[in-house]
Ligand binder design. Structure first.
Ligand code: UT7
Length: 331
């Protein structure tokens, strides 16, 4: 009997309408377009402005886009996994609400949080359920409303992130397509460098924590940069080596979009030429859990059945890793 692999069979995406350009940011904090562009590669990012709308608003839109394009019957979806660092509520899984809203009435659902690696780790979870034979249709959504946890007076963080959502469907494949290999890592040393101090179980919300701005993202950018550059490149090179892939065998690098310089360093290390590197950081900034599926959303039409894709991500925790996947369809 042939081995069952887990293939991506559909993609959807959503970004909010409002564009926060570098020019607008210049009027909000002491920064400039030239610094942001050369240090990060970002020109603009999307911000969700709808009132009372959280991460689920975008996750639902991305899932609906996927359902509409693929024609999948939502009642046949077995499992809805929402990868996010910004759930609607601290308690009550965002995924459960999303599943109900999109008509996935027979699914179970939960959230997965691994900062900027959430979607990559989610791919591993989704693929494992499919490979085990337990479930046939797994909807994985990466969504984050980063604007809800940013201090728009802090120029070191507010220029980096944006809001968005992307969705993929995983299904069993008998042709050997889909996820081939993964290498996932973590190191708790990272939490001093990239974190939100308050609102968790160590330091619950209080007047004091609000006054001290401890509910916003804190990042020691330089330290995170050093870890990200070496680790993302290392795991990507390792997964190529382990699968006897040369740069010629790789059609696409799908890297987390944190900083253009990190993306370029990873591609260089792998020997992958720029034309094969998916990039949308210039238009969306760092959308955390949404970066990888939004890349697939943007590049879907260029992907061909059998293409070798290397995914790579690095995020808070620290968490990081790489996944090798064979694309399963022509658009
Ligand atoms: O996705 C999760 C993982 N996150 C990452 O991978 C992010 C990794 N880190 C980075 O991408 C970069 O470290 C940043 C983009 C966050 C910062 O770039 P950098 O080249 O590391 O800058 P820096 O923090 O070393 O700051 C250099 C200078 C400083 O001024 P002085 O001390 O040299 O006078 C900053 O105060 O740039 C200044 N600066 C800014 N200037 C204008 C910092 N932010 C800004 C800004 N506009 N927005």
């Amino acid at each position: 009997m042939k081995k069952t692999t887990a293939a991506i069979t559909a993609v959807g995406g959503y970004v909010p309408e409002f564009i926060l350009s570098n020019k607008i940011l210049e009027t909000m904090v002491d920064t400039n377009d030239e610094w942001i562009t050369t240090r990060t590669g970002i020109k603009e990012r999307r911000i969700l402005k709808e009132e009372n709308a959280g991460t689920s608003f975008m996750a639902i839109k991305a899932a609906e886009d996927l359902i509409q394009k693929s024609g999948v019957d939502p009642s046949e979806i077995d499992f809805v996994l929402v990868a996010t660092a910004t759930p609607d509520l601290p308690v009550a899984a965002t995924a459960a609400y999303v599943a109900s809203e999109i008509g996935a009435v027979n699914a179970f659902a939960y959230d997965l949080q691994a900062a900027c690696s959430s979607f990559l780790y989610g791919m591993s979870t989704a693929a494992s359920y499919i490979e085990s034979g337990k479930y046939k249709k797994v909807l994985l959504i990466g969504a984050d409303k980063m604007s809800s946890i940013l201090d728009y007076t802090d120029r070191t963080t507010c220029i980096i992130f944006g809001d968005g959502a992307g969705a993929v469907l995983f299904e069993p494949n008998q042709e050997g397509l889909g996820v081939q290999d993964e290498y996932l890592r973590s190191d708790g040393i990272g939490r001093q460098f990239l974190k939100i101090d308050a609102g968790g179980s160590i330091l619950p919300a209080s007047e004091e924590t609000v006054k001290n701005k401890q509910h916003y993202v804190y990042q020691d950018g330089k330290s995170v940069f050093k870890f990200a550059v070496s680790n993302m490149a290392d795991v990507s090179a390792l997964i190529m080596e382990r699968n006897n892939l040369t740069h010629e065998d790789v059609q696409w690098l799908v890297p987390h979009q944190a900083n253009r310089r990190i993306i370029d360093a990873t591609a260089n290390r792998m020997g992958v030429e720029p034309a094969k590197v998916m990039v949308n950081i210039d238009r969306y900034g760092n959308t955390t859990s949404a970066t990888l599926p939004l890349l697939l959303f943007d590049y879907e039409k260029q992907l061909k059945k059998g293409d070798n894709l290397i995914f790579a991500a690095f995020g808070g925790g620290f968490t990081w890793g790489s996944i090798y996947l064979k694309w399963a369809y022509n658009s």
